[in-house]
Design a binder for this molecule. Sequence first.
Ligand SMILES: [Zn+2]
Length: 221
Amino acid sequence: MTTYSEDSVTCGSCGNIFQHCSLNSTNAFGSMDLDTRPPEMQRSTMDAWIQRCPSCGFCSSDASVFNPDLRDVLSSPSYRAQLADQSLPQLAATFACAGLLYESNGQINDAGWAYLHTAWLLDDELKTAESARWRSRAADAFLGSMKRGTPIVPQPGESEVIVVDCLRRVGRGDEALQIIDSMGVAEIPEVIRKVFTYQRGLIQKKDLGCHTVGAALKHPT
Ligand SMILES: [Zn+2]
């Protein structure tokens, strides 16, 4: 069961106080997707993951904290246009805006996640082209972060699993294969080796679809 609580948030940018539903508890039955998107009921809790000030449009996982250096980005035409973009669900626009601010603030990993979350919401709307654009942007942010020596997640090999799936899903299979080929088999856990074998098969079939970790582990290798 998923439960929420209603919290008051004081916007760190403009001081406006607004209400936000925070997640108290949820559950997840089944396997997560290869890019870590959780199964239900956690899958449907994304509105609790991000805050959007209705006054100034500041979007962040914690809108009570604001870096004043971002004020120019917040008021920029490109940010305001993204905030008001009605071609995508408002929650997707909120994640996209948070990603723009994270990226400007040097939080490249956080930007990657925000862009990937944007893509997940667009997947649900069957907006394939728009979803691919944000997923590709997520992949670029993740790759940039990894190149600087900051993995997406701390567990060895799991950052590569996530970015390989982002790349495969948007047709950047050659880049995904390069990452898989660069992984030393001896230094990665068996589970991750199985996922890479499964991913290699999907890439060779030019399969851009959503698949779960469970399917990868059940697949004969
Ligand atoms: Zn505000």
